[in-house]
Design a binder for this molecule. Structure first.
Ligand code: HEC
Length: 456
């Protein structure tokens, strides 16, 4: 359901993109945004920051010392998470102020190429998930479905990787030879806004609202040409490459969520973005299907996180946020019977991002495994059996656990693919957009259908 809706939207925007691109000679990888500015809007427009740097020395990494310069565990993760947030505070406060003084390029923050056709013109945001159902948040009183809008920025160290992949020839990405790997100290920040405001969701009372040129708004039911509406800042993700603190996966994923009960400090709304948690591994030795309450050693959840943000934690309580699609309706087939489980936690930050890989021999498919546990249809079953639920292996089975391993970022999930070092923007968004623009065909990953049957 959710996936199909997200795809419909993506398909529509891709189709629009391809149409408008047919008028120009060659698609521009560094296009800023789709260009359909709502009439009457005279404010600032998004500028893509793409002058990717190279050859930088290793940066200071104050988050390491905040954690005592040792690998993370649930005891030092809170201090680490706070230091990581502090390290980007100055720039993110300036970005969120939205007062025209934000200049990403000057401050050393960069965006991905090839997504211009999908970016709305005000902030360069992409539709994250087109429709999040209100039944995912029963405890916090969400009254309407919502759409999320997202934008991702890479710091200078991280942007070197984007440059290595695209700067040589943006029409022929360089993926081999370790090009996709991030250096220590690469930081990625992703902001997620929801169309559900305080009127539809008490959890958003006092949240920062940004005008966004929306083509999809599941809260109001507006789907069509861009119209300006408010999105409310719900979640800020900060991911960092740090093999010292996370020796097995090389990454620490942290997320912060808006808390209406947190007091604004000198940084305004930034101070009200409180940690939901951190994850540096998938706890592969904990089978949460067999031992549902078992403690995790590679996820830390903030005990004071607001209620709404804890409603969509991932499998066995592994970290996943309200914007992350870590809870889905799944269909589990076994010996001719089929079990439908609504709102099943079936992912986590690192579980989903660990599927980042690209099969250069089959670019039309790109990612050899789906982002979440996905099973082929049972022999003899209709190809879309179980749809619109996601065909899933049995929770906790060996097949399911493929998505909950700890791999280094240069080890692909499937043999024969190039590992994407946990970057899903690259393999789920950017490479498919590049492939679609160069072949003129919508990419499989841009038209994912529900049920999973068509994905395998
Ligand atoms: C079910 C899958 C899924 C889960 C769970 C998930 N993400 Fe993502 N994430 C994505 C996809 C797909 C993208 C790329 C497209 C986009 O930005 O919408 C992405 C993009 C990002 C980015 C931008 C750079 C990159 O690596 O792609 C960051 C940072 C990020 N996610 C952090 C997180 C954090 C932190 C969590 C957990 C709190 C999380 N994600 C959970 C699917 C997921």
């Amino acid at each position: 359901m959710l996936i199909r809706d997200a795809c419909l939207c993506l398909c529509l925007s891709i189709a629009a993109a391809l149409c408008s691109q047919s008028a120009v000679a060659a698609p521009d990888p560094y296009r800023d945004h789709h260009g359909r500015v709502p009439s009457g809007y005279t404010g600032a427009l998004f500028k893509l920051s793409h002058d990717y740097p190279a050859g930088l020395p290793a940066p200071a990494m104050p988050w390491r010392s905040a954690a005592g310069n040792r690998p993370l565990d649930p005891g030092n993760a809170a201090a680490y998470t706070a230091a990581l947030k502090e390290s980007v505070a100055r720039d993110m406060v300036a970005l969120l102020a939205n007062d025209g003084r934000w200049n990403a390029a000057e401050r050393g923050w960069y965006n991905d190429p090839w997504l211009g056709a999908q970016r709305e013109p005000l902030h360069g945001m992409l539709v994250g998930i087109e429709r999040v159902d209100s039944n995912l948040f029963p405890k916090s009183g969400l009254r309407k479905p919502f759409t999320t809008y997202v934008i991702t920025y890479y710091n200078r160290i991280g942007a070197q990787t984007i440059g290595r992949i695209w700067a040589g020839n943006p029409h022929a990405p360089q993926l081999a030879g370790g090009a996709t790997q991030y250096a220590e100290g690469a930081v990625t920040v992703k902001l997620a806004f929801t169309t559900a405001g305080p009127a539809e969701w008490p959890a958003m009372q006092g949240a920062l609202g940004w005008p966004i040129a929306m083509t999809a708004n599941a809260t109001t039911g507006h789907f069509d040409r861009p119209a300006i509406s408010r999105g409310y800042l719900m979640q800020v993700d900060i991911a960092v490459k740090d093999t010292q603190s996370s020796p097995q996966t090389g990454w620490v994923f942290t997320t912060f969520v808006y808390d209406k009960d947190a007091r604004p400090g000198p940084h305004g709304v930034w101070d009200r973005m409180v940690p939901l948690g951190a994850q540096w591994g998938n706890d592969p030795s904990v089978n949460s299907a067999l031992h549902p309450g078992a403690a995790l050693r590679e996820t830390w959840i903030n005990p004071k996180a607001p209620l709404y943000a804890t409603e969509t934690l991932g499998w066995g309580g592994r970290l996943s946020g309200p914007n992350d699609h870590g809870v889905n309706d799944i269909s589990v087939a076994s010996q001719g019977t089929r079990r439908l489980i609504r709102n099943a936690p079936n992912s986590s930050c690192l579980g989903c991002h660990g599927s980042s890989q690209w099969n250069a021999a089959n670019p039309g498919k790109g990612m050899a495994s789906f982002m979440m546990p996905l099973a082929p249809p049972e022999p003899g079953a209709a190809p879309n059996a179980g749809a619109p639920y996601l065909n899933s292996p049995r929770p906790g089975s060996a097949e399911w656990l493929r998505w909950f391993q700890n791999r280094a970022g240069n080890v692909p999930m499937d043999a024969g693919s190039i590992a994407g070092d946990y970057d899903l923007a690259l393999t789920f968004r950017v490479l498919p957009a590049w492939h679609a623009a160069t072949t003129g065909k919508v990419h499989t990953l841009q038209k994912l259908d529900a049920g999973g049957a068509t994905i395998q």
